[in-house]
Design a protein around this ligand. Structure first.
Ligand code: IDP
Ligand code: MG
Length: 157
């Protein structure tokens, strides 16, 4: 089997409030990705400072942090071939009202901060982020029978 990457997706509080958990999860399922970890969890300030270290000094961080703590989030770990890039493409750009139609943010959101999901932006960050949100025994290994229809044989070697 070709090397399968893992990536972290968080369904943010705006999507939880708007009843979009199913819609968002369905898009990743329909793409042919494998769900290997899933849980609801509350985020605290310390975790958010770590997760958003690259923007924690920005003036908007306090309101972002408050927003991200306003409900629990859904954390998901998705696996697949080059899945980090694939999920970023499905996610769309940060400023949702300018995100491409067809992407999750492009179709479902209008805000810069309330943009329905987080998705890891590089393989290096994905590895760190999956570890940040999931313990080893919360990630599962199993055969997905549809893989023989999702990938060509040589992509599964
Ligand atoms: P990303 O989620 O598309 O990777 P990042 O730049 O990593 O975007 O920012 C993380 C999150 O911080 C965004 O998804 C968004 O919720 C929030 N954010 C980013 N830039 C702004 C801003 O200028 N104003 C308010 N919130 C922002
Ligand atoms: Mg980011």
């Amino acid at each position: 089997m070709a090397v399968q990457e893992r990536t972290l997706v968080l369904i943010k509080p705006d999507a939880i409030q708007r009843g979009l958990i199913g819609e968002i999860t369905t898009r990743f399922e329909k793409k042919g990705l494998k769900l290997i970890g899933l849980k609801m969890m509350g985020l605290d300030e310390a975790l958010l400072r770590e997760h958003y270290a690259h923007i924690s000094e920005k003036p908007f961080f306090p309101s972002l942090s408050k927003f991200m703590q306003s409900t629990p989030v859904i954390a998901m770990c998705w696996e697949g071939l080059e899945v980090v890039d694939a999920v970023r493409k499905i996610t769309g750009i940060t400023k949702a009202r300018q995100a491409e139609a067809g992407s999750i943010r492009g179709d479902l959101a209008m805000s810069v901060s309330c943009n329905v999901i987080h998705a890891s932006d590089s393989l290096e960050n994905a590895e760190v982020e999956v570890k940040r949100f999931f313990k080893l025994d919360e990630l599962y290994t199993y055969n997905k029978s549809e893989y023989m229809h999702v990938y060509a044989a040589d992509e599964l070697e």
